[in-house]
Design a protein around this ligand. Structure first.
Ligand code: GRF
Length: 202
């Protein structure tokens, strides 16, 4: 499966995917890693792994539509079959998502549908939940609202702050994102309306 990744920042989820791929346990072809930030650490990680990179910096575009057109053309040129968002901090427009020629997946640091949007770990702490976690989901036109592929829970402790909770969640993100991409690449994921069925046994 030909995949591309969009990331804005440090790229630790991208690194988890690269590590699995280099260990031969992720049957994908990384066609490219793109970013809206020219200095994203994610681009450095991709280059180190020999994956072509491309920056789509906001400052180079008159508006979001022209930036997204460039991203769509890039994906088409690369023949991408799955777009992976890994800490991509610009919300993709409804138009981009509607017109996308391949599925888009994202990882979010909460147990959706709780705490969508920005600062999910802070939202969880402020709400006072005892359990949080992360979710891999298909991207639809809403905010973190698409069908759920995998989730993993972690405990929330009374002494947690945003950093300690984020770190605990990130550890499981690095496990379930590669697992979800592996299941998708092996065609074991079927979306039936809102529900995602996973066939782990065939
Ligand atoms: C992760 O917490 C992910 O859940 C969220 O953005 C963060 C990206 O971290 N969507 P990294 O750039 O992969 O380290």
């Amino acid at each position: 499966m030909k995949v591309a990744v969009l990331a804005s920042g440090r790229g630790s989820n991208l690194q988890a995917l690269i590590d699995e791929w280099q260990g031969d346990s992720l049957p994908v072809e990384f066609m490219g890693v793109g970013s809206d930030k020219i200095n994203a650490q994610a681009l450095v990680r991709a280059e180190k792994a020999g994956i072509p990179t491309r920056a789509f910096p906001k400052e180079n575009y008159l508006d979001k539509e022209s930036q997204e057109n460039d991203i769509a053309n890039w994906l088409e040129e690369l023949g991408v079959e799955l777009l992976i968002l890994a800490g991509y901090m610009r919300v993709l427009s409804k138009n981009f998502i509607r017109k996308a020629e391949c599925p888009i997946v994202n990882i979010h640091p909460s147990l959706l549908p709780a705490f969508p949007g920005l600062n999910a770990q802070r939202q969880a702490l402020e709400y006072g939940v005892k359990v949080s976690g992360c979710t891999v989901h298909f991207v639809d036109e809403g905010m973190d609202s698409g069908p759920i592929i995998l989730q993993e829970a972690v405990p929330v402790f009374e002494e947690d702050d945003v950093d300690t909770l984020s770190e605990r969640i990130l550890k499981v993100e690095h496990e379930i994102y590669p697992e979800a991409i592996r299941l998708l690449a092996l065609d074991k994921v079927k979306c039936q309306g809102r529900k995602v069925k996973i066939n782990r046994h065939s």
